[in-house]
Design a protein around this ligand. Structure first.
Ligand SMILES: O=P(O)(O)OC[C@H]1O[C@H](OP(=O)(O)OP(=O)(O)O)[C@H](O)[C@@H]1O
Ligand SMILES: Nc1ncnc2[nH]cnc12
Length: 239
C-alpha cells in the first residue's frame, strides 16, 4: 500500500526531470491525492456522489502538475525573499488549460448559490487568469489596479505586502451594490494585497463572497488578514 510518504518521495523524484519540486511540496500534494484529509477547505465531503469524487480526484491530479511547473528564485526582488514564479504556468497551453480548469472546479466546489457575479483580479498577476476564469463562470471581470493607472473617480486603499507598501484602486461603479464578488490573485503571502482589495469591494457595496488564490505561503499567515471570508487556495508551499 502506498503511504503519503512514499508518494511524496516518488513525486519529488518524478519531478526531478522537470522543474524542481521539493519533498515538502510533494508531501502536501501526495497527502491530498492519497488521503482526503490534508486540506479540508479544498476537499469534497465524505460520502460524496461519484461525480463530486471524480472532480476531487481530477483536482488532486492537476495540483501535482501545477506545483511541479512553479519556479523558485531566492533573494528576489530583495534579499531574504524566496520568490515563487507562477509565470511558467502560462507558457505551456496544456498547463494553462489545466490551471483554468482547476480554478473553475475550485469555484464550483463553493456551491451553485455561491457563483460570483463579478471576478475581481489584482494588478498585475491576477490579470493573467482572472478574465478567463470570469468568462468560464459567466461573470464580469473587474480589475484592482495600482494607484494612478485608471481614469475617473476611484476608491483607494493603502496596504503593506511581503516586500513594500502600495496603494490599490477600483473604479467607482465597477461593482454594483449587492453583487457577489470573488477576489482572485496568484499568491497570498502576507495577505495585505488581498485584504486591501476586499476593502475596496466593500467600499463599492459589493458582497465579498470569497478569495481564490493559485498559491498560498501558509507560514506568512495571510489568511488572518482576510476577516474570516471564505478563502481557497489551489496549491501551498512550505518555503
Ligand atoms: O499577500 P501579499 O504579501 O500582499 O503579497 C501578494 C501579492 O504580491 C504580489 O504582487 P506584487 O505587489 O509584487 O505586484 P505584481 O503582481 O505587479 O508583481 C502577488 O502577485 C500578490 O498580488
Ligand atoms: N514570495 C513571493 N513570491 C512571489 N510573489 C510574491 N508576492 C508576495 N510574496 C511573493
Amino acid at each position: 500500500m502506498t503511504t503519503p510518504a512514499d508518494a511524496a518521495q516518488s513525486l519529488a523524484q518524478t519531478s526531478k526531470d522537470q522543474i524542481p519540486l521539493t519533498t515538502a511540496e510533494a508531501a502536501v500534494l501526495a497527502t491530498s491525492s492519497v488521503s482526503d484529509g490534508a486540506n479540508p477547505t479544498n476537499d469534497a465531503p465524505r460520502g460524496q456522489p461519484a461525480a463530486a469524487a471524480s472532480g476531487a480526484s481530477e483536482l488532486a491530479r492537476t495540483k501535482i502538475t501545477l506545483l511541479g511547473a512553479l519556479k523558485h528564485f531566492p533573494d528576489f526582488p530583495i534579499p531574504g525573499i524566496k520568490f515563487i514564479d507562477i509565470l511558467p504556468l502560462f507558457q505551456d497551453p496544456a498547463i494553462h488549460e489545466t490551471l483554468l480548469r482547476a480554478l473553475e472546479l475550485q469555484v464550483l466546489e463553493f456551491g451553485e448559490q455561491a457563483k460570483p457575479d463579478v471576478v475581481v483580479g489584482l494588478d498585475a498577476r491576477g490579470f493573467l487568469f482572472g478574465p478567463s476564469l470570469a468568462l468560464r463562470l459567466n461573470a464580469s471581470f473587474v480589475p484592482v489596479r495600482k494607484k494612478g493607472k485608471m481614469p475617473g473617480p476611484c476608491v483607494t486603499a493603502a496596504y503593506e505586502k511581503e516586500y513594500g507598501t502600495d496603494f490599490f484602486q477600483m473604479q467607482e461603479g465597477a461593482v454594483k451594490p449587492g453583487q457577489k464578488v470573488l477576489v482572485v490573485d496568484d499568491i497570498i503571502a502576507t495577505g495585505g494585497s488581498a485584504a486591501a482589495a476586499g476593502s475596496l469591494v466593500k467600499q463599492l457595496g459589493g458582497e465579498l463572497m470569497g478569495y481564490l488564490f493559485i498559491l498560498e505561503i501558509p507560514v506568512l499567515n495571510g489568511r488572518s488578514k482576510l476577516g474570516g471570508v471564505q478563502t481557497v487556495t489551489l496549491l501551498e508551499t512550505n518555503e
